[in-house]
Design a protein around this ligand. Structure first.
Ligand code: OGA
Ligand code: NI
Length: 360
């Protein structure tokens, strides 16, 4: 197989997952203007009620929304976007100098290096905390820890500084959104802060979707849900991201809005809220005319977080729908299985779901 130049059988993804084209004017993906939180940031002042309401309905109806006037300085975003283009523009040989490998989960990989052969993409990953502390042995009960460290390319110069400068801003936005989400669930605004204090496990993925000669047969990223708390995605002006509308299961295109972020609710919010807010399925298409870039900030809590429905949100009428699970073990397990070309599915929150078929 050539390096994402020649189309190969291995890239074919199920045709029934192709998009339907019509996008009606009703049922549009919500766009939320965050400027009120910057205008109302006097100590003790409440978050505007209307904004909280918009967040609640977007999380309930879509599990997905766009944010504008979000406070991330555009120049920081433009710098990392330009740096990503320069990095991916290098030869495969150069890029593979920082390739991901067993035991080194960060850096570059293309689909040839993982079991996810079907995705038409190449990526560069880095952790927000360097090092990031995680469990050493995800499958056992022991408490031994290990570290994930970043690796940085020589080119472009200042790549590291640009990436680090960017995540500082995204973290701030992540916390602001979690304050709004907490408020919308009737919780104190800072309710979720504790989960990120002891060293978060957040990461960033620079995605590049090269030109694809058979775009109707492939996907840049196949349908999936994000396993963390929130994902904040910066997409360029090409378009290709699609979300599955809860109402009718239709795949809806997320039109690129300059400088906006696409926010998706991850599996952890689904568990914390005991399914009041559900995570959303999404995917990315590719095309044969223009290649596409996106930057995903995956907001993840500390490895020591035990994820379970929040006690404030459960009760006799609303018993917990999930068993507690260790996020660190979950994450380490997922990362590890990414390297093995195994035919087993990744661990999922459904493995912790309490149901008649899966009691206690
Ligand atoms: C992801 C993702 C979509 C995109 O990286 O998890 O969903 O449009 N990306 O790049
Ligand atoms: Ni995703």
């Amino acid at each position: 197989m050539g390096h994402l130049h020649e189309f190969d059988q291995a890239f074919i993804q199920a045709p029934e997952h192709r998009p339907k084209l019509a996008l009606s004017h009703a049922d549009r993906i919500p766009t939320i203007d965050l400027s009120p939180i910057f205008n109302h940031s006097l100590p003790g002042s409440d978050v505007p009620h209307d904004l909280v309401h918009q967040i609640a309905s977007a999380c309930t109806e879509w599990g997905f929304f766009l944010v504008v006037n979000h406070g991330v300085p555009p120049e920081k975003r433009h710098r990392i976007e330009a740096a990503a283009r320069e990095f991916f523009g290098q030869s495969l040989e150069e890029k593979r100098k920082v390739r991901r490998s067993q035991g080194l989960v960060t850096g570059y990989f293309d689909t040839e290096l993982t079991k996810n052969v079907r995705d038409w993409k190449e990526v560069f990953d880095f952790m927000v905390e360097d090092p990031t502390i995680v469990p050493a042995s995800p499958e056992s009960d022991d408490d031994e820890l290990t570290q994930w460290t970043n690796q940085w390319p020589e080119y472009p110069p200042e790549f590291r500084e640009i990436c680090e400068g960017y995540v500082e801003e995204l973290e701030k936005l992540g916390h602001k959104l979690m304050e709004l989400i907490a408020t919308s669930l009737g919780l104190p605004a800072k309710r979720f802060g504790e989960y990120f204090k002891a060293g978060q496990t957040s990461s960033v993925r620079l995605n590049h979707y090269p030109l694809c000669p058979s775009p109707e047969l492939a996907l840049g990223v196949g349908r999936h849900k994000d396993p963390g708390v929130l994902t904040l995605l910066a997409q360029d002006d090409i378009g290709g991201l699609e979300v599955k509308r809860k109402k009718d299961g239709e795949w809806i295109q997320v039109k690129p809005v300059p400088d906006s972020y696409a926010v998706d609710v991850g599996d952890i919010i689904q568990v914390w809220s005991n399914e009041k807010y559900e995570s959303v399925e999404h995917r990315a298409t590719v095309n044969s005319k223009r290649d596409r870039y996106s930057i995903a900030f995956f907001f993840y809590p500390s490895h020591s977080t035990i994820v379970e429905p929040l006690e404030e949100l459960i009760g006799p009428q609303n018993p917990p729908k999930y068993k507690p699970y260790s996020f660190g073990k979950f994450l380490a397990n997922r990362k590890r299985s990414n390297f093995k070309k195994l035919n087993v599915d990744n661990i999922q929150i459904s493995d912790f779901k309490i149901s008649p078929a899966n009691p206690n």
